[in-house]
Design a protein around this ligand. Structure first.
Ligand SMILES: Nc1ncnc2c1ncn2[C@@H]1O[C@H](COP(=O)(O)OP(=O)(O)O)[C@@H](O)[C@H]1O
Ligand SMILES: [Mg+2]
Length: 255
C-alpha cells in the first residue's frame, strides 16, 4: 500500500504540488489526470525521489521513502518501476540488452538478468524482437521495451508518466493494450498519468484529478466522469460527451 501525505513542492516561487494526499491500495490502478502544468509529473516523480519534495511523507508498505538514506533508496527503487514519456533507450544496444542493463548494473548475475529480460520482453509481446536495436523498432515497440525494462524488476509499484504522449497516434493502441493487460492481470499497484480517456474509463479503479498542484476530485470513473463536482471533472465529462456524440454522428453519417 502507498500512502502519500501532505506532499509539497515548490520551484522558485511556483508551487507545483500542494497539500497532495493520496492512498493507493495494493493492486489498485489509479489514473491521474489534469491539465498540462498542474503538477502530475512532479507529484509522480517525488514517489521515487527523482524530484525531492520540500515536505511530505511517502510510505510504501510502511517505509517512508522520503526519509531513506541513499543505499536504502536504491533498494526501494528496485521495487518501483517507472515508465517515461521518452523511453531513452540506448541506441547501440539491442532490446534485450537495454532491458538487461539496469539489472546487471544493480548486481543481478548476467545469465539471470538475460532470462528475466527475455521474460519481460515476452510479456510486452516482443519475444521476436530481442535482438533488434531501437532504430529497428517502431515508436510503440520502443515504448514496449521501456515497459519491459520497468517490468524486469517485478516492481510492486509501477509509475507511468504519459507513456503514450510522444507516440504517433497510430502506435498508441499497442502500448495501451499492453498497459491494460498489465493493470488487469498483474498484482502491481499502478499510478498512470495519461490523457487517454478511453483507457482511463476502461482500466482505472479510481480517477484522481489535479488542478493547480492539488487533488480536486477522486472516485470511480463512473462517478467522476458522470457526476463530477470539480471544474476539471466537468470539463472531462463534456469532453467525453463530445467525443461520444461526434463518433456516433460520423458513424451514422449525420452532420
Ligand atoms: N524543474 C523545474 N523547474 C521549474 N519549474 C518546474 C520544474 N518542473 C516543473 N516545473 C513547473 O511546475 C509546474 C508543474 O509541472 P509538471 O509537474 O511537469 O506538470 P504536468 O506534469 O501536470 O504537466 C509547471 O508550472 C512547470 O512549469
Ligand atoms: Mg507531465
Amino acid at each position: 500500500m502507498l500512502v502519500i501525505q501532505d506532499l509539497y513542492k515548490q520551484f522558485g516561487s511556483l508551487v507545483a504540488v500542494n497539500e497532495f494526499n493520496l492512498r493507493v491500495e495494493t493492486g489498485e490502478t489509479v489514473v491521474l489526470m489534469g491539465p498540462s502544468g498542474c503538477g502530475k509529473s512532479t507529484a509522480i516523480r517525488t514517489i521515487n525521489r527523482l524530484i525531492e519534495p520540500d515536505r511530505g511523507s511517502i510510505m510504501l508498505n510502511d517505509s517512508n521513502i522520503i526519509a531513506m538514506e541513499p543505499d536504502e533508496l536504491r533498494q526501494a527503487r528496485k521495487r518501483i518501476g517507472f515508465v517515461f514519456q521518452h523511453f531513452n533507450l540506448i541506441g547501440r544496444l539491442s532490446a534485450l540488452e537495454n532491458v538487461m542493463l539496469g539489472l546487471v548494473m544493480s548486481g543481478v548475475e548476467r545469465k539471470n538478468a538475460e532470462s528475466r529480460a527475455a521474460d519481460s520482453l515476452c510479456k510486452v509481446g516482443l519475444d521476436n524482437h530481442l535482438d533488434h536495436k531501437p532504430d529497428q523498432l517502431s515508436g510503440g515497440q520502443q515504448q514496449r521495451v521501456g515497459i519491459a525494462r520497468a517490468l524486469a524488476y517485478e516492481p510492486e509499484l509501477m509509475l507511468w508518466d504519459e507513456p503514450t504522449a510522444s507516440l504517433d497516434p497510430i502506435l498508441v493502441r499497442e502500448v495501451l493494450v499492453v498497459m491494460e493487460e498489465l493493470a488487469r492481470f498483474r498484482s502491481s499497484t499502478m499510478i498512470v498519468v495519461t490523457h487517454e480517456l478511453p483507457f482511463a474509463l476502461r482500466v482505472a479503479d479510481r480517477i484522481v484529478l489535479m488542478d493547480h498542484g492539488r487533488i480536486v476530485e477522486e472516485g470511480k470513473p463512473s462517478q467522476v466522469f458522470v457526476s463530477p463536482i470539480s471544474d476539471i471533472g466537468k470539463r472531462y465529462k463534456e469532453l467525453i460527451e463530445y467525443q461520444m456524440n461526434t463518433s456516433a454522428q460520423s458513424l451514422s453519417g449525420k452532420p
